[in-house]
Design a protein around this ligand. Structure first.
Ligand code: CA
Ligand code: CA
Ligand code: CA
Ligand code: CA
Length: 304
């Protein structure tokens, strides 16, 4: 069954409900897909966004269970693996981080070596990352209060304004605010100017760069997490949403917000994969979280 909610360009497909059950789920030895619908509002409200892409959401429900008995399921149980891969660990900083949510890599200083970032510091990669000293530099991202760090989701490193210096994009994982930080350089000194992209909704707990409109620059996709702290975060019960923000470079950087889903009970969780899931040449989005899912937002730009 399918149902058009708004227009021909934006459909939600309600698919047959299905929930895999088993008398003993632990006896299942495979990942079992089934279909289930999502609760969809009869009249979606696109409060602050405008839509230019066309999307169809498809809810996928996966029930995964594995056998834990001897010789069974070892290929998907890491602790039971039989093959040792050659890894070693190198301690870059042994201190307990204040904001452990996110570590990421990106070339902050443009020397071709990937540096490591967390919300309150970035570590400059030495020429020899195994033996050299990773120099710690201050950073403060993820808070509406400029100059303060906070828990963030993914921290993205990208030259947003195309001035030759890489900038930072991230958000507050639990509070309000999505931000980009313009890097400026004076001699060897680097500083960051915070720009608030959107502070109208909270808990943007996943954020990823992707060229959604195919114009060569990287836009980003994000969504509202549901009940990260069981309802104790700001605006925890506000409508869920999934959005992409279109980067426009002119005299100044502008971000144009597009609602992919708003107030339909669909948000995102700790990550938000953007991938051409159906190999038709456009980027699709997969979300899941405490609210349910997974949901596949099929970009229908090339499939209609
Ligand atoms: Ca570097
Ligand atoms: Ca820049
Ligand atoms: Ca783009
Ligand atoms: Ca696609």
């Amino acid at each position: 069954m399918s149902m058009s909610l708004e227009s021909a360009s934006r459909r939600i497909q309600i698919l047959a409900r299905g929930l895999l059950t088993a008398a003993n789920p632990s006896s299942l030895h495979s990942v079992c897909p089934a279909w289930a619908p999502v609760a969809a509002a009869a009249t979606p409200q696109y409060a602050q966004g405008r839509q230019t892409n066309t999307w169809r959401s498809i809810v996928l429900f996966f029930l995964a269970a594995t056998l834990s008995g001897p010789g069974m399921g070892t290929e998907i149980l890491p602790a039971k693996g039989t093959q040792s891969l050659p890894f070693r660990h190198i301690i870059i900083d042994g201190d307990w981080p204040t904001y452990p949510h996110c570590k990421t890599v990106g070339d902050i200083n443009g020397d071709g070596r990937r540096d490591i970032l967390r919300p309150d510091a970035w570590y400059e990669a030495p020429a020899d990352p195994r033996k050299g000293q990773w120099k710690e530099h201050p950073l403060a991202v993820g808070s509406l209060t400029e100059g303060q760090a906070d828990h963030t989701p993914q921290i993205q490193v990208y030259d947003i304004d195309n001035d030759g210096l890489n900038d930072i994009l991230t958000s507050s994982a639990h509070g309000h605010g999505i931000f980009w930080y313009k890097q400026t350089k004076d001699g060897s000194s680097r500083s960051w100017k915070q720009y608030v992209i959107d502070k109208s909704w909270s808990q943007a707990h996943s954020i990823i760069l992707a060229d959604m409109d195919g114009d060569g620059d990287l836009d980003f996709v994000t969504g509202k997490r549901f009940f990260a702290h069981n309802g104790n975060d700001p605006d925890a019960k506000a409508p869920l949403g999934v959005y992409w923000y279109e980067l426009q470079r002119g005299d100044a950087v502008r971000w144009v917000k597009h609602a992919i889903s708003y107030d339909e009970g669909i948000g995102s969780g700790l990550s938000i994969p953007v991938v051409d899931l159906d190999a038709d040449g456009d980027l699709d989005i997969v979300v899941t979280g405490k609210w349910g899912g997974p949901v596949w937002f099929e970009n229908t730009a090339r499939s209609n």
